[in-house]
Write a protein of this length. Structure first.
Length: 567
């Protein structure tokens, strides 16, 4: 076949597309750019596989797939140095093996003679191409180069760049501020911090922990609620890394004896992501935790968070009252803030004046007036709440009710025509009532103001690609557990979930909608168990019962539920 024959001509000759379809694709390409093959796939005329099968026949070049196992590069030939990661991704090429002056590489477009010539010059090798789809090549590139491998390269670069000097300054008790800033702004340190943040975001982590130990630095990411260790930099880089993060977060890098908080924002793939930074002094140096607040990963939509149908109906009814108290309860990291923001999104509109007082502001919402507390200057929850009442609010969100003064203002606001949403740290929904009473709020005021209480926990979801059905045998289920299904699922582990068996998280909840009967029970100072029994008659599920439903529908495992909910 003549070398100058083009992809479109080959596809027409093979009967994959018609001349008219080819002309349409070429016109589309001229207008919007891109590769012709991509345009034909986008228009639905062919698939990637069809294009490559046709090219394979015409050019006598092997076609390979990821599942065949033939897209795995040799690991002992330093192929990642021959073709760098950025070049491989940009040009859709993956080096597979090298023999003398010959390099075998997987490519997507064998007719891109300029690319092949560039690779020939770059590697000083003749190129033996094999064909693979764009999807398979990109996946194989990530598997081969790997985010951790790129991360290690940055660490190695930092190790080789002034490491002795950094070791010396890290052991000093009194440190020159200028020297510390200079070290924090060196290229290896900047690259390390950038890669930490990027890797954590791409792995779906919620937190990054940088923890100095006696003789090492510990780096961990929290993914789906569990902490996983990542290959760390040398401890000698601890001070420069912490200083770099503090500079980004606008914190005082000279202050290492007191806890500090800060924040900064990054942009990745056109997504703006907030990072909340906290530092605390430990006996081995400052520990830093970065909380990743990626709004694009968490849909602020009540119907998409993970509530069961009946629970979602009760929540929507509760937050649509014109006045009253709505509480979200649960431990730190149980998703309370996300649910609150989703509720605000549901209520947000031109006809509502919504104001929030938070510590800190986690997500920025358009059309909502958000205030960050600053206790050091007297800007406390209670003080801001008093001012809010003079701002003609319809809805007030209070990040957390921590003391009697804040609780009293929330109650008063709820009773004077405002809808107040807030959080409490209690183990279950009924606990919110007891917590308010313990703070010093009379039962009759709690009963009059409370409209809705939602207790929630986050549980890991089984990986849909590898979860295994499991037939329940006698004795497998703890006594008294009301599990009606005969087959449930358990984790296995596969490449998609990094062999953990779980991927993503969902909610289990306990929702109490406070009606007249429950108000009377609260006012009469009935016990928590008695209040819960009344709520159950009205459709409330306990956290355990909500979890069992998740198990029966195959969303999570029984062991996961029992590890999260007391039984």
């Amino acid at each position: 076949m003549p070398k100058h024959k083009r992809l479109g001509e080959i596809l027409v000759a093979e009967g994959m597309v018609t001349s008219e379809q080819l002309q349409e694709a070429v016109a589309f390409q001229k207008e919007d750019g891109g590769r012709l093959g991509d345009v034909l796939v986008k228009l639905g005329y062919v698939t990637e596989e069809q294009i490559l099968i046709a090219l394979s026949k015409q050019l006598a070049i092997p076609y390979v797939t990821l599942t065949s196992g033939k897209l795995k590069p040799d690991t002992d030939q330093n192929l990642e140095e021959i073709i760098p990661y950025e070049f491989a991704v940009r040009n859709l090429i993956l080096p597979l093996s090298r023999s003398y002056n010959s390099l075998t590489a997987a490519i997507f477009d064998p007719l891109d003679l300029i690319l092949i010539d560039n690779v020939r010059k770059m590697t000083n090798s003749e190129i033996n191409p094999v064909l693979a789809t764009k999807t398979d090549i990109l996946k194989a590139i990530e598997d081969f180069y790997g985010r951790e491998k790129i991360f290690k390269e940055a660490i190695q670069a930092a190790y080789g760049d002034g490491i002795e000097e950094i070791k010396d300054i890290s052991s000093e008790t009194e440190l020159s501020l200028d020297k510390l800033i200079a070290k924090a702004e060196e290229a290896p340190v900047i690259k390390l911090v950038d890669l930490m943040v990027r890797q954590a975001i791409e792995e779906g982590a919620s937190d990054i922990h940088i923890e100095p130990q006696r003789d090492k630095l510990r780096l961990r990411y929290r993914i789906d609620g569990i902490l996983y260790e990542i290959s760390p930099p040398t401890k000698a880089l601890h001070l420069p890394i912490v200083s770099r993060i503090k500079i980004l977060a606008r914190m005082d890098i000279a202050e290492k004896r007191l806890p500090q908080d800060g924040s900064f924002m990054v942009k990745i793939h056109e997504r703006l992501i907030d990072l909340r930074v906290s530092s605390v002094p430990t006996i081995y140096g400052e520990k830093v935790v970065m909380r990743i607040l990626d709004k694009s990963r968490v849909p602020l939509d009540l119907s998409k968070i993970g509530f069961l149908g009946q629970e979602l109906g009760m929540i929507k009814k509760g937050i649509n009252y014109s006045y009253g108290l709505v509480f979200l309860t649960g431990p730190t990291g149980s998703g309370k803030s996300t649910t609150l923001y989703a509720g605000l999104n549901e209520l947000n509109g031109a006809g509502k004046n919504i104001t929030t007082i938070e510590d800190p502001v986690e997500y920025r919402l358009d059309g909502v007036n958000q205030v960050q507390v600053k206790p050091e200057i007297g800007l406390t929850f209670a003080n801001v709440l008093r001012s809010f009442l003079r701002q003609d609010p319809d809805i007030i969100l209070v990040g957390e009710v921590r003391d009697l003064e804040t609780a009293e203002i929330c109650i008063r606001s709820a009773l004077t025509g405002h809808l107040v949403l807030s959080t409490l740290h209690t183990n279950d929904a009924v606990g919110a009532v007891m917590r308010l009473v313990d703070m010093g709020i009379p039962n009759y005021l709690v009963a009059s103001s409370l409209r809705l209480v939602v207790a929630q926990r986050l549980v890991r979801k089984l990986c849909p690609a590898c979860k295994e059905p499991y037939e329940i045998k006698k004795g497998d289920i703890p006594a008294g557990l009301n599990l009606t299904a005969s087959v449930i699922h358990k984790p296995k582990g596969c490449e998609a979930c990094r062999y953990i068996g779980f991927k993503g998280r969902t909610l289990i909840t306990e929702v109490i909608h406070v009606d007249e009967e429950l108000r009377e029970a609260i006012q009469r100072k009935m016990s928590p168990s008695e209040i819960m029994q009344i709520a159950k008659k009205k459709g409330t599920l306990s956290l355990l019962e909500s979890g069992i439903k998740r198990v029966e529908e195959g969303t999570t495992s029984l062991e996961e539920i029992l590890s999260v909910v007391a039984y």
